[in-house]
Design a protein around this ligand. Structure first.
Ligand SMILES: NC(=O)c1ccc[n+]([C@@H]2O[C@H](COP(=O)([O-])OP(=O)(O)OC[C@H]3O[C@@H](n4cnc5c(N)ncnc54)[C@H](O)[C@@H]3O)[C@@H](O)[C@H]2O)c1
Ligand SMILES: N[C@H](CO)Cc1c[nH]c[nH+]1
Ligand SMILES: [Zn+2]
Length: 442
């Protein structure tokens, strides 16, 4: 890797346009053509169902695909072949993720909003959910846990997992083990936009689900957005696209740790983006040296190098400037590698997940601290939340008014109905209150 590919830049020396360019996400340039491609795939799946999904699977994943399913025997024999230490690692992660998510169980509430008027907020688990597990370039059983555990805790009845098969039509044994551990009920061998179409519209062998979850490349993310905006009725979780990490580091940071963390997200995909903000030129220089040294040792060095092309090493005036930039960028992952990291937390809220201090590597959260690694990317962390248990429920309300309760509110309701010119709305109240008056006269 040449040093020119990853320059160190002083934030204050950049023009406003250059600053905006440095914080632009790499994947967003080809948005228009992406939208069209995905729309075509989705409409094919909608029109031709399983046949279209199989065609796209043959085109992108397994050229010999004849079925979207593995039979039970194939699943069991893959799981039996899995090393015990891998099973134990999955079990450990399952437990921490389970603990953190179980503690998030939403509670129904009921209050009297006016005398005789009771309002309730209730939660019902989603019936059928679809879980997308990326598979294009890495095996991600951890993502199956991040999606499968909350679906299991919520009590979703049908949990359909989709993931692109390899060229031999297989899914990784660790993924199958994780899926079974979480009680996934159906597994479909397909990926990309066509898999999202299969979930949202349903195919012959698998009826439509009510909500699609999970990260993926730009095709997957775009497909989730399209199916949730058209009339499929399918909801989506959040836009979780190419991985991102922003590290804020001061002189107390260990450059080797910082570089290792940056590379951990850079290795996800060529469209991943990692950013360092530091007030120290020395830290920036040392991190760059570490990036160069550590990158060559990675099995996915090629991918990480490509991601580093759109990554940034930025020297800022001070920590306040670092905070302002981070809040503007709203990274998927924010790592604060300073001695006083916890003190900075109140000022750093625009991120999918925050990693505090020198001993909390981002990859800890990817696998086993217990937090969910499905997080908003592309700056959506400004307005979207990170995935949690509550996303696997529907929230709805209930209200009950007594005769007296309705009388209490009648004046307000009928006046507002008059203001809006909606006579029938008014009548639905007066027909009751007037009957009430007549009854009480008798
Ligand atoms: N934000 C998160 O929480 C999170 C978690 C894990 C992974 N990720 C991200 O998920 C992504 C995974 O991407 P991936 O590509 O490895 O796997 P993927 O499963 O998301 O995508 C593979 C699929 O993309 C489709 N595809 C590929 N090229 C295509 C083309 N030219 N036209 C139409 N469809 C095409 C194919 O159908 C293929 O099956 C990475 O960007 C990674 O950073 C994000
Ligand atoms: N960092 C990814 C989310 O951006 C999640 C992941 C899965 N496996 C490893 N990492
Ligand atoms: Zn990761």
């Amino acid at each position: 890797m040449s040093e020119l590919r990853i320059p160190i830049e002083q934030w204050q020396n950049l023009t406003a346009a250059e600053q905006a360019q440095r914080l632009a996400r790499p994947g967003q340039a080809q948005a228009e053509s992406l939208r069209e491609k995905v729309a075509v795939i989705l409409s094919d799946v909608r029109d031709s169902g399983e046949r279209a999904v199989l065609n796209y699977t043959r085109q992108f994943d397994n050229p010999n695909a004849t079925s979207l399913r593995l039979d039970d025997k194939q699943i069991q024999s893959a799981i039996a072949s899995l090393d015990d230490h891998v099973k134990r690692a999955i079990d450990t992660a399952y437990q921490t993720i389970y603990r953190f998510h179980e503690a998030q169980r939403p509670e129904d509430l009921s209050i009297e909003t006016a005398p005789g008027v009771q309002c309730e907020l209730r939660y019902a688990p989603l019936d059928a959910v679809g879980l997308y597990i990326p598979g294009g370039s890495a095996t991600l059983p951890s993502t199956a846990l991040m999606l499968g555990v909350p679906a299991q805790i919520a009590g979703c009845q049908r949990v359909v997992m989709v993931s692109p098969p390899n060229q031999q039509g297989e899914l990784p044994a660790a993924l199958l083990y994780a899926a079974k551990r979480c009680g996934v009920t159906d597994i479909l061998l397909c990926g990309g936009a066509q898999a999202i179409g299969a979930l949202a519209y349903g195919i012959e062998s698998s009826p439509a689900v009510g909500k699609v979850f999970g990260p993926g490349n730009s095709f997957v993310t775009e497909a989730k957005q399209q199916v949730s905006q058209n009339d499929s009725g399918c909801a989506m979780d959040l836009p979780a696209g190419p991985s991102e990490l922003l590290v804020i580091a001061d002189d107390s940071a260990n450059p080797a740790y910082v570089a290792a963390d940056l590379l951990s997200q850079a290795e996800h995909g060529p469209d991943s983006q990692v950013i360092l903000l530091t007030p120290s030129m020395t830290v920036a220089e040392n991190v760059r040296q570490e990036l160069i040294a550590q990158c060559t040792q990675l099995s996915r060095a090629d991918i990480a190098e490509q991601a580093l092309l759109s990554s940034r090493l930025l020297v800022v005036a001070d920590m306040n400037e670092a905070i302002t930039i981070s809040e503007t960028y709203a990274p998927e992952h924010l790592s604060i590698q300073t001695d006083n990291a916890r003190e900075l937390l109140p000022q750093l809220t625009q991120a999918g997940s925050v990693f505090v201090g020198h001993y909390t590597p981002e990859s800890g959260g990817d696998y086993a601290t217990g937090t969910n690694h499905v997080l908003p990317t592309y700056g959506y962390a400004r307005n979207y939340s990170s995935l949690g248990l509550v996303d696997f429920y529907r929230r709805y309300t209930v209200q009950e008014a007594s005769q007296d309760g309705l009388r209490q509110l009648a004046e307000a309701i009928t006046t507002l109905a008059d203001v809006e010119g909606l006579d029938a709305h008014k009548r639905a109240v007066t027909i009751r209150t007037e009957t009430q008056r007549t009854e009480s006269r008798l």
